[in-house]
Design a protein around this ligand. Sequence first.
Ligand SMILES: [Fe+2]
Length: 148
Amino acid sequence: MPVEKLPTDGDWPSLRWDTRFATGHPGIDTEHQRLVRLLEKLCEIERGTAAIERLPRVLVELQRYTRYHFAHEAQLMAEHAIPAAHVQSHLAAHALFIDHLAEATRQSARDAHAVSGDLLRFLGRWLVAHILDTDRALVRELRHARKR
Ligand SMILES: [Fe+2]
């Protein structure tokens, strides 16, 4: 689903976990639930319903857990015969997100107030769109792929 077409609540996508987010892969879904919870925290800070001082910690945790989760997906792709085009674009998408997240984390370490709301909204929308689209496609591929 393109980012622009996401259901939004104000400028943020709806971040309550529900079955829309489920890919059907238990390991991936468990990790996505944790990511969505971290995004909810980001959303609360962006909306001003949680203290901005919490931002650096939330971003560091999001970065740590995202790297872990992306590595898990990369491992699943390496262990199964997934079409190369999917693997290439999926890994490129992960790398792009990590770059933006690293930038937000650097900014917030210097000054939490200086982190752009656009960047936070981008992170939230990107991750939701990625789960709904690219990760669902990956799980469909995994279902049919043979183990290497
Ligand atoms: Fe992914």
